[in-house]
Design a protein around this ligand. Structure first.
Ligand code: GLN
Ligand code: ZN
Length: 756
């Protein structure tokens, strides 16, 4: 007997985002719920078929979700916030209400919060639990889907978000309490779930406890032990799934859990296979996540073969092989891509191909013959040395980077003096974050240009008209530092990716970000360089229209890195530095072209944070350095801004200071300026523009309300170092509300200049 191959989860959105379109059609009232359910079933059927045709022996069930797997879990255990409950509507509508605050049946209630799923770009719906929370088995979809898959002839492995991870990710509704006190009420529901699955003939159930990738306190550790003890003996075998990082400090705990097998991610961080093997012993299944579940690169199967050959021979069918984590984070099928050239395509594998890779590996192990996998892996080896990938000039430039490259000429206090003279800005300067409303005209022009239906001249002219419009509006509003409005940008990363060398774009490489929202990250496949200026022409045109300062607008190296599929043959700091150098050239070009204020956005700065707190600092060091490399090529008189959206700043305030931007604008209005506390306590020295109104709604903020927020900010940050701006870019808004809101912002500021 040889290793068994299985999968932890498959992308649920469908090859062509069918699920997104079906759900949105249902929300719009264009299709019935029955039709929506049929389309969901169709996608599941295709997903299972793709996996079993690839040779996957145990296919996951329960990885499909109408919105999010954590939300499905809340439904399963009956944890529905009171404001989303309704007698009159069915479970699916309730689920959508929790996810988006409204549903076809209507509800005037806010959606539940969502937040990032560990260190991925996927967002889950945060369960809201009260101290008296009751749980009850309530949602039958898992059992229905098990039956559905079985009827199609598949051997299934249901997947559950583990009870301890579920509680860990939840928030306390109302007053804070010890969430683990709910475990004893939650476990009986999980027991019922397992017993029902056992009655359906299920042999294995996968319990995901990804919190094991974190640094846990002893309460959570004993909760995990307690949980597995409670879940054992319900008639099914339990496979613990861990992923996203190594779990070495919990191996002893895991060895003592009452379980039948455990899965480990061998890709995120190398782990000692012998230690994992020893922890489980021969009687239990050892599942190794050998194929990268979060990336799009073809695996080097020959290397993996070497890695697992011995353990495979020793363990036989008590060794399982799988992707490192759920394939939720990869696009569905590479075969659909028509525009990538053959060589580039030969370096890639999407979800379907990753299943095929596992099968190739299994067959090679069975036959002790590596011929096929060597042939399969040959392009991966070629990629490493390809002259397309490697750009000697870029590599040399990165190798020569020193601490000097990460340093402005003078420290902030001196720069601030120089800039004061150079820029002549009033107290509380007003600005915006970059984008202005992306009207249908703008989107149409971009689309037509891309499709070749609009000439370059006509496109340029239309974009210039948009820039003119934005500049006139801002001048009429009397804003101090203007922006060109980003009309030419579809997306803040894609725009730069398309202009930088080393990037490629797929046609259908979508991954779910949250709910029905999908993103199509660029692929960073080679050394990154800038062939020509990327933003100079638009920015200079905009500057030519006004006597006020026009702010150049760039996306920072860390954000470009984390919002892309990044190459796996180079470490992230090096890739970030390559991007940073390309941006540095752009920043210098902007300065030399007469632009005195340049913003380098880093909304994803926090996203790269490692899961283990002990590794944060080394990440923050290289991330802040890469930012500084992009920003430090200019004179003292050039003012560098950065921007971050909503973020928890306490953990990163030191790194924000290390970025040393002259001005940072942040999203603070919904926190009532509380997010500024981190800056206050740290004595953050540089200028800050705390957002004074929420841009996520069309509501126009009142003057008094804005003044009140600025007062609050001025209590925490000296007013000489405060800027006034909205929370974030305005591209999702329409002009009428934008105009009114900014007008109130300027009025509030002018009044305060008199009063303060
Ligand atoms: N400059 C970008 C904009 O205004 C920033 C977007 C962001 O922070 N995500 O749209
Ligand atoms: Zn933002």
């Amino acid at each position: 007997m040889m290793a068994l191959i299985h999968n932890l989860g498959f992308p649920r959105i469908g090859k062509r985002r069918e699920l997104k379109f079906a759900i949105e059609a249902y929300w719009a009232g264009d299709i019935t719920q029955e039709e929506l359910r049929q389309r969901g079933a169709q996608i599941r059927q295709e997903n299972w078929a793709m996996q079993s045709e690839a040779g996957i022996e145990l296919v996951p069930v329960g990885d499909f979700a109408w919105y999010d797997q954590v939300l499905s879990t809340s439904m399963l255990v009956g944890a529905i916030p009171a404001r989303h409950q309704s007698d009159s509507s069915n479970a699916l509508d309730t689920l959508f209400r929790i996810g988006r605050g409204r549903a076809p049946t209507g509800c005037a209630c806010a959606a539940s919060e969502m937040t990032k799923w560990f260190n991925t770009n996927y967002h889950y719906i945060v369960p809201e639990l009260s101290a008296e929370q009751q749980f009850a088995l309530s949602f039958n979809e898992l059992f229905e889907q098990v039956e559905e898959a079985q009827n199609l002839g598949h051997k299934v492995k249901p997947v559950l978000v583990g009870p301890v991870t579920y509680l860990y990710l939840a928030k306390c509704a109302g007053e804070e309490f010890d969430k683990l006190s709910l475990l004893e009420h939650l476990l009986p529901v999980y027991q019922q779930v397992l017993a029902k699955l056992a009655a359906q003939g299920v042999e294995w159930v996968q319990i995901d406890e990804p919190i094991l990738a974190l640094e846990l306190d002893t309460h959570y550790r004993s909760a995990l032990t307690q949980s597995f003890a409670a879940l054992a003996d319900q008639g099914v075998k339990l496979l613990l799934a861990t992923y996203f990082d190594e779990v070495s400090s919990y191996l002893k705990d895991i060895s003592e859990y009452a379980l039948d097998g455990a899965h480990f991610d061998l890709v995120a961080t190398p782990q000692n296979i012998e230690a994992l093997n020893a922890a489980l012993g021969q009687e239990r299944v050892l599942s190794l996540g050998v194929i990268n579940g979060r990336n799009i690169w073809r695996a080097d199967l020959s290397a993996i073969y070497e890695q697992v050959q011995e353990i495979a021979a020793q363990r036989g069918d008590s060794l399982w092989l799988a992707p490192s984590c759920s394939l939720l984070h990869t696009p569905v099928d590479l075969e659909q891509e028509q525009l990538l050239d053959g060589e580039l395509k030969s370096w890639l594998a999407f979800a379907k191909q990753k299943g095929e890779e596992l099968n190739l590996l299994k067959v090679a192990l069975e036959r002790s013959n590596t011929q096929d996998i060597d042939a399969y892996s040959a392009p991966v080896k070629n990629r490493r040395t390809s002259s397309r990938v490697n750009n000697a000039q870029v590599q040399q430039r990165v190798a020569k980077l020193s601490s000097d490259h990460g340093q402005r000429h003078s420290e902030f206090a001196l720069r601030a003096e120089t800039q004061k003279v150079a820029l002549q800005l009033p107290l509380l300067p007003t600005t915006t974050i970059g984008s202005f409303p992306q009207t249908s005209d703008i989107r149409k022009a971009r689309r037509d240009f891309k499709a070749g239906e609009l000439s370059a001249e006509a496109y340029e002219q239309q974009m210039q008209e948009q820039i003119q419009y934005a500049v006139r509006e801002q001048e009429a509003l009397d804003i101090d530092v203007l922006v060109h409005g980003e009309a030419e940008r579809n997306d803040m990363v894609e725009y730069f990716g398309e202009l930088l060398d080393g990037f490629a774009f797929s046609q259908f490489g979508w991954v779910q970000s949250y709910g029905t929202r999908c993103v199509k990250p660029p692929l960073i496949w080679g050394d990154v360089s800038r062939a020509a200026p990327m933003t100079l022409q638009w920015t200079q045109y905009a500057q030519s229209l006004t006597d006020k300062h026009m702010k150049g607008m760039l996306t920072g190296p860390v954000t470009i890195l984390f919002w892309s599929f990044v190459r796996d043959d180079l470490d992230k700091p090096t890739i970030a530095n390559q991007i940073a150098l390309a941006l540095r050239d752009e920043v210098v070009d902007l300065q030399d072209g007469g632009i005195k204020v340049i913003q380098i956005d880093e909304p994803a700065f926090r996203e790269g944070m490692p899961l283990k707190a002990s590794q944060w600092q080394s990440y923050l060091d290289w991330a802040a350095y890469a930012f500084r490399v992009s920003a430090s090529g200019v004179d003292d008189s050039t003012q560098i801004h950065t921007h971050m959206c909503y973020s928890e700043f306490n953990d990163i305030i030191g790194a924000i200071a290390a970025m040393d931007a002259d001005v940072i604008t942040i999203e603070t209005s919904r926190s009532n300026m509380e997010l500024l506390d981190a800056f206050e306590h740290f004595d953050y020295p540089n200028d800050i523009g705390p957002g004074v109104y929420d841009i996520h709604t069309p509501n126009v903020p009142e003057v008094t309300w804005i003044k009140d927020l600025i007062h609050k900010a001025a209590a925490k940050v000296p007013v000489e170092r405060l800027w006034v701006n909205p929370d974030c870019g305005l591209k999702t808004r329409a002009w009428p509300e934008t105009r009114e809101a900014l007008q109130n912002m300027v009025i509030a500021t002018k009044e305060l200049r008199q009063e303060l």
